[in-house]
Design a protein around this ligand. Structure first.
Ligand code: CA
Ligand code: CA
Ligand code: CA
Length: 518
């Protein structure tokens, strides 16, 4: 609303006392225009004025004029400044103008932009798509989405940010920018588990983790390759706005692929080494990591209490400045007995379904920090999380899949944390974690409460606002989170994934609405 001033019938004779600042390069919020509402007398004075003529008597301190661009409605005019200024500077100039009795109101003619909709053809819903009609619903739907499109108006990320994905490794994909993929490391010591012919090595490429019946224990059926690391990675950093496939949540962060899971899962001893290495800490036998992670994503779980070795490694990473994000797990049980989600100094992430209800597989309990959409895991609902996939032996991979699980909920929180670090690289893990909790929005369905599914549903837009001004959200208090019972080290981790409807397609079959290859 415009502030009304008393009309004193004076001419537009004020000189502005605020200089127009030189703004080099500028931002997209800069403006060169003001909207001015005039009192009647002022309006009369410019009645005969033509566009691009200077307003009579109204000048900047250095003598430069304000020129008329056009009449606005009623008593309004849009005027042009001699040069673009920041929005803040424009506001100061407008405030000065309001002090003139013939000016009823003034404000910057600020620029507005559409909420970013990336060009990736699978981002938006497409009812004609028989396989993925919902697009990336988890990023934008009102009920269970994480409000990414408005968040992207704040930042789309920074190349200075590093997300470590500790998982089955990485494979090339047409919708993954290889220049954003750091060298990483393969921490799997056992060569059979690793399936790459040796123990630890510098190549985190995922050779597949498929098994035959009985490989993982008597009576346990074999499984196809999971490509779990690729799928988790795609949620966070698939190449965005490139006209191909899906959009990753972070457009610019670099990926640090760290291999810890292979056939039949992985060992705690390898995972804890990888956590320290990802955080930039020394690990015997491995080269130093020149790109310590801002965020470490652990979409893996095992049973039991948080072991001493897990907690120690997580504490080391936390103290080194890395936020450790952990999937709550897919067993549908209380997370108290699921590690490392039950460890201290982690952000444990549960999953909700597309309708906002608790995902039936998601672990729950007081140790869950917040939830994010992970799909409901049923075959009757296409509402899994759309992400990258590999099918067959084609390289780079070209496929996409709709997958459910807390793995993919966690990946969304990791990407959100990376965007927060892009807003402010100095935010420590405790602040990131508390902001994620405190900016989460209320659960849309009574099946999730703050005692079962964490503080709420991930709200990336609000989290980024919090990152820009933490004290507005937190005051001076930063809480580092809950406790953990220490126990014996050991056990193996399983990747968390539920693939349903086998929603896989090769890219050649996907040419439809766009000229892009998928
Ligand atoms: Ca190896
Ligand atoms: Ca390897
Ligand atoms: Ca893409």
């Amino acid at each position: 609303m415009y502030k009304k001033m008393a009309a004193l019938g004076l001419a537009l004779c004020s000189l502005l006392s605020v200089a127009v600042a030189d703004v080099a390069a500028g931002s997209r919020w800069d403006t060169r225009q003001l909207i001015i509402r005039l009192q009647d007398d002022g309006l009369r004075r410019i009645q005969a004025l033509q566009p691009r003529q200077p307003l009579p008597d109204l000048r900047l301190p250095d003598g430069r004029p304000l020129t008329l661009l056009r009449r606005f409605d009623g008593n309004g005019v849009v005027v042009r400044l001699p040069e673009s200024v920041s929005l803040e500077e424009a506001q100061r100039l407008a405030d000065q103008l309001v002090a003139d009795p013939v000016v009823a109101a003034a404000q910057p003619d600020k620029r507005l932009y559409p909420a970013l909709i990336p060009s990736d053809p699978r981002f938006l819903p497409d009812p004609s798509d028989p396989v993925f009609p919902l697009g990336q619903w988890n990023l934008f739907e009102d009920t269970a989405g994480i409000r990414v499109t408005s968040a992207w108006d704040r930042t789309t990320g920074s190349a200075a940010t590093v997300i470590a994905v500790l998982d089955t490794g990485i494979v090339d994909h047409i919708d993954l920018d290889s220049t954003r993929v750091l060298a990483g490391y393969d921490f799997i010591s056992d060569s059979w588990t690793a399936n790459d012919g040796d123990g630890r090595d510098p190549d985190p490429t995922d050779p597949g983790d498929g098994t035959a019946d009985g490989d993982c224990g008597a009576g346990i059926p074999g499984e196809a390759d999971s490509w779990h690391g690729l799928a988790v990675t795609g949620v966070a950093v698939a190449q965005s706005d490139n006209g191909i496939g899906i959009a990753g949540i972070d457009f610019r962060a670099r990926l640090l692929p760290v291999r810890v899971l292979g056939r039949c899962g992985g060992d705690v001893s390898d995972v804890v080494a990888a956590i320290r290495w990802a955080a930039g800490l020394p690990v015997a036998g491995a080269p130093s990591n020149p790109t310590p992670a801002d965020v470490i994503n652990l979409s893996l779980s095992g049973t039991g209490s948080c072991s001493a070795e897990e907690q120690a490694a997580i504490d080391d990473a936390y103290n080194a400045g890395a936020l450790v994000v952990v999937a709550a797990g897919n067993e549908g049980v209380d997370v108290t007995n699921i590690s490392p989600a039950n460890c201290d100094h982690v952000v444990a992430v549960g999953a909700i379904a597309r309708d906002g209800s608790r995902a039936p597989y998601s672990n729950v309990g007081a140790a869950v920090d917040l939830s994010a959409p992970g799909g409901d895991g049923s075959n009757s609902d296409a509402g899994g999380v759309l992400t990258l996939w590999k099918q067959g032996t084609v390289t780079p991979a070209t496929s996409y899949a709709s997958i459910a699980g807390t793995s993919f909920a966690a990946a969304q929180v990791s990407a959100a944390a990376a965007l927060m670090r892009a807003v402010d690289p100095s935010l420590p893990p405790a602040t990131l974690a508390e902001l994620l909790r405190r900016t989460a929005r209320s659960f849309p369905d009574a099946s999730c409460t703050t005692s079962s599914c964490g503080a709420g549903v991930l709200d990336v837009d609000y989290a980024l606002a919090g990152a820009a001004d933490p004290t507005a959200i937190l005051g001076s208090r930063v809480n580092s989170g809950g406790g953990c019972t220490l126990g014996a080290a050991g056990g193996r981790f399983d990747p968390l994934w539920l693939l349903f409807a086998l929603a896989l397609v090769g890219y050649r079959a996907r040419k439809r609405r766009h000229s892009s290859p998928c």
